[in-house]
Write a protein that binds this ligand. Structure first.
Ligand code: IPE
Ligand code: IPE
Ligand code: MG
Length: 240
């Protein structure tokens, strides 16, 4: 359940759309890739902050199924950053008792990246603190489509009967199986849309949008979001 610290309810699961790296760079007359580099530093810091705050799950959107549309130069730079930060993340995670998990379709990545992801997951599997989930080559519709495909195979083989298909069963076929739904979604850089993020899981999540560009995000910004979350009245369709 949700933890209580200094009178504030700490959301159990925080989902993040880290947006605005490009705009951050543009404002400074720098190439977009410099924004991504700075954004990676912010991700690393945010993992440590979230772990210390007692957040149980932090899920960040790192690369969407639609981001392949960007220039080969930008996609290539993002892959290089991913390679570099995967190695660093293994150390950061180990030092902070953080378990790392990736969601999304990793099969489209180069072999060394897939191996790095596998190493990161298996190397941190026994950590008991924050679960840091990275959504890479992730799209909500793609995730649901992959889940339905696997469910169809199980139905056709007779392993799953039609009556057994419940919301819980569908959820168990998603990449986020065994994880609680996000309590709070934070999107940086002002855009008020989901951009194909966690479409199933965000059904009753509280949404918070800040104009802060992702590389400028920090502990104060996270606390502001959690404070706003504390003022929300979660009714789940009922009456209070
Ligand atoms: C978010 O920053 C990072 C990724 C989507 C990979 P953007 O690159 O989308 O930055 P803006 O939205 O162009 O400012
Ligand atoms: C969403 O940001 C994806 C990630 C943060 C990885 P985008 O910048 O790709 O989203 P749009 O294009 O503004 O919807
Ligand atoms: Mg963007």
């Amino acid at each position: 359940m949700e933890g209580n610290r200094e009178g504030m309810i700490i959301p159990r699961h925080v989902a993040l759309i880290l947006d605005g790296n490009g705009r951050w760079a543009k404002k400074r007359g720098l190439p977009r890739t410099m924004g991504h580099k700075e954004g990676c530093v912010t991700v690393e810091k945010t993992v440590e902050i979230a772990a210390r705050m007692g957040i149980e799950y932090l899920t960040v959107y790192g690369f969407s199924t639609e981001n392949w549309k960007r220039s080969a130069e930008e996609v290539g730079a993002l892959m290089q950053l991913f390679r570099y930060y995967m190695v660093r993340l293994l150390k950061v995670a180990s030092a902070n008792n953080v378990r790392v998990r990736m969601i999304g379709d990793r099969s489209r990545f180069d072999r060394d990246i897939i191996e790095g992801i596998n190493r990161l997951e298996s190397g941190t599997r026994d950590n008991t603190g924050l679960t840091f989930v990275i959504a890479v080559n992730y799209g909500g519709r793609d995730e649901i489509t992959r889940a339905v495909r696997r469910l169809a195979v199980d139905c056709m083989s007779g392993a799953v009967k039609e009556d057994a298909v419940t919301e819980e069963l569908v959820a168990s076929y998603l990449d986020t199986a065994d994880m609680p739904d996000p309590d709070l979604l934070i999107r940086t850089s002002g855009e008020i849309r989901l951009s194909n993020y966690l479409l199933w899981q965000l059904a009753y999540t509280e949404i918070y949008v800040t104009d802060c560009l992702w590389p400028d995000f920090n502990k104060e910004e996270l606390e502001k979001a959690i404070l706003a979350y504390n003022k929300r009245d979660r009714r789940y369709g009922g009456v209070k």
